[in-house]
Structure formats: C-alpha cells, structure tokens
Design a protein around this ligand. Structure first.
Ligand SMILES: Cc1cc2nc3c(=O)[nH]c(=O)nc-3n(C[C@H](O)[C@H](O)[C@H](O)COP(=O)(O)O)c2cc1C
Length: 331
C-alpha cells in the first residue's frame, strides 16, 4: 500500500508533548542506552529506565526470568545502582543517544520514594543541560510497603496518593510531571487512579505485571528463585486493555500511558483505542530488541493505510463507538 499522506506521530501526555506515541517500558530495556545498539532511541517517544531506589539494590535470587507461551514471568526484584549511581554511571550514555528519558522510581516506604525523588531532582540539577533530557518521573507503585506491612502501595488509594504527593513535592527543585504506574492486581484501580490524580499525578501508567506463580512439575518447586513473580507479555494484553478502558471511562481527562502485551502495531492501537495517549513496549523487547522501533514504525503505517492523519486521534476511539459505528441493535 502506498503511503500518500504523512501521519502526525506527536502525542501529548499531560503537560508534555512526545514526538511519537511509542516508548519503552520500565525494566525491560536496561538502565540506560543498552537498547540503543538496536534502535534509534531518539525516534521513540521516550525511554523509561528500570525503576531506581534511593539506595543500590541487589534484586532477587536467580532464576529471575522464565518464559511462558505468550510472555514471561519474572522476579528481577528491581536490582539497580540507586538514583545517584545511575546518574553517574548510566545517564550520560542515555543522553548521548538523543532519547527523552523517563526516570522510574521505587521505594519500600513513602519516605524512600520521597528520598528517591529528592535524589532525582538533585541528579537533574547537577547534570546541567543534560538534565533537560529527563522529561518525566514515573513512580512504580507496585512495591510492597515494608513500613507497617500495609501490602502493595498500588493496592491502596491512600498510600498511593501519599507517595505521589511526596514525590511531586520532592521534585520541586527540578519540577517534572509525575506519572503513577499502577497495578492491575486490584479491583480498586479506578478509585486508586482518581486518588493519585488528586495527589498531583499528571498521568497514570497502566499496567504493571500480573501476579503469578509457575511450578516446575519435575521438582514440585517454583521455577523462579523468589517463588512467585509478575506475568507480562501478550498473555496480559486483555488485562491491560480492560484496565485502560475502565480508568479512561471513569476519568476521561486523566492521561493514560498504556503498557501490557504490546508486541505489534495492532496491539498498540488497541491500547490507544482503549484510552491511552501513548504506549510502552516491554516484554516484546526480550524476543527482539528492535521491538519498540518496529512497533513505532508499523503503527504509522497502520494509521496511514487507513487515512488516519494523527496518532493522537486513536486515543479513546473505543469510547466513541469505534471507527465504524456499531450496527443498530436487533430486536
Ligand atoms: C523483566 C522485567 C522487569 C521489569 N522491571 C520493571 C521495573 O523496574 N519497573 C516497573 O515499573 N515495571 C517493570 N516491569 C513491568 C513492565 O514495565 C510492564 O509494565 C509489564 O511488563 C507489562 O508490559 P509488557 O507486557 O509489554 O512487558 C518489568 C517487566 C519485566 C518483564
């Protein structure tokens, strides 16, 4: 098919404009510019780096990854160099790649998130012009709250709101939009999305992995060193669609970054149509490190083939009756 009309690939997520709707997902493309050997990172909407805590963190025992027929289960456990170490060790190469950077943060208490955000503001300031590459901070709320043992942050509206409010305040020295990355493992997702928004999140990122466990029948033991883990990839794509659709229906003015099982343009389209303004590509990158770039390119072709002039027009199509109006109900 001949593409005779350019497609405007720019999208808005809250206060920022991205040159393309497709970005990477946290934790699936390394700490920095590793993916740059396979993709031109500057052509993506943004690169979301692996979640960082205020201190270096060793992660979980091996094995940490196990393939599934349509995805994988992992318990990497957020291994990382800590925010300050990351700015020193990994950020410079990422800046040279020309990509826009979303820094992802995690913590085990509200105060650890606050300290991670303070360290991020410090890193942005001390790196001068390079710090301009950091366009947003994504707060990964799918972490257990070890203070008072109150479960997963993202399963509790009050705790999630507290993390977001503290992170926004801590970033005052180098203000950046805060995106709250939420968990699909709760029936309170819509309420929690509303709470983080009220606390200052400019967008929500939907979704993180789905809780799972895989037992090896030959040993009778879990295949992952940590026992359970998070399921990702195509297998969770309908979960992501549902989460995005429900949150978009309840909060039509809250920007959503969609993630979950995107490995082709049509899956990216589905998340946009469900209500996302942009999408992230995660697990697909393990099968082919060029996946984010391929999805980005094919999404443009998909839109051009259908005469869709702007990727932004795909957002929320499913809430407007679809591209083709449904036939009148029978009977
Ligand atoms: C190996 C691996 C590591 C991940 N690490 C992080 C992380 O550090 N922070 C985070 O917010 N999400 C992390 N995720 C979740 C992904 O960013 C994404 O939300 C999830 O995998 C669903 O998208 P996908 O199906 O495209 O992978 C990780 C996922 C995988 C598979």
């Amino acid at each position: 098919m001949v593409v005779d009309r350019p497609v405007d690939t720019r999208v808005r997520v809250g206060s920022i404009e991205l040159p393309h709707a497709v970005m990477t997902a946290a934790g699936t493309s390394g700490h920095g510019a590793e993916l740059g050997r396979y993709c031109d990172l500057s052509t993506l909407g943004a690169v979301v780096v692996k979640s960082l805590s205020v201190m270096p963190w060793p992660g979980n025992p091996a094995p940490r990854l196990h393939p599934l027929p349509e995805g994988m289960i992992n318990s990497v456990g957020l291994q990382g160099p800590g925010v300050a170490g990351w700015f020193d060790e990994f950020f410079p190469e990422l800046v040279r790649s020309g990509g826009r950077v979303v820094v992802s943060l995690w913590g085990r208490s509200v105060d650890e998130y606050r300290q991670a955000a303070l360290a991020t503001a410090d890193g942005i300031r001390r790196t001068g012009r390079a710090g301009d590459c950091v366009i947003a901070v994504e707060v990964n709320l799918s972490c257990p709250n070890l203070e008072g043992r109150r479960g997963i942050f993202a399963h509790d509206a009050e705790l999630s709101a507290a993390v977001v409010a503290e992170s926004v305040a801590a970033l005052a020295g180098a203000p950046r939009p805060v995106w709250a990355k939420l968990s699909p493992n709760t029936d309170r997702l819509v309420e929690i999305a509303g709470a983080v928004r009220a606390a200052g999140a400019e967008a929500v990122t939907l979704v993180n992995t789905v809780l799972g466990l895989v037992i090896d029948p030959d040993t009778g033991r879990p295949v992952l060193g940590n026992g359970g883990g998070g399921v990702s990839g195509r297998i969770i794509h309908p979960v992501a669609q549902r989460a995005i659709f429900d949150v978009a229906a309840a909060h039509p003015d809250l920007p959503i970054v969609g993630v979950g099982g995107v490995s082709s343009a049509t899956e990216a389209v589905a998340l946009l149509q469900a209500g996302a303004s942009a999408v992230q590509v995660g697990t697909a990158t393990f099968a082919d490190p060029r996946a984010p770039e391929i999805v980005a390119r094919d999404l443009v072709t998909w839109a051009a083939d259908r005469g869709i002039g702007r990727l932004a027009d795909l957002t929320g199509v499913a809430h407007r009756g679809g591209i083709h109006p449904l036939p009148p109900a029978q009977g």
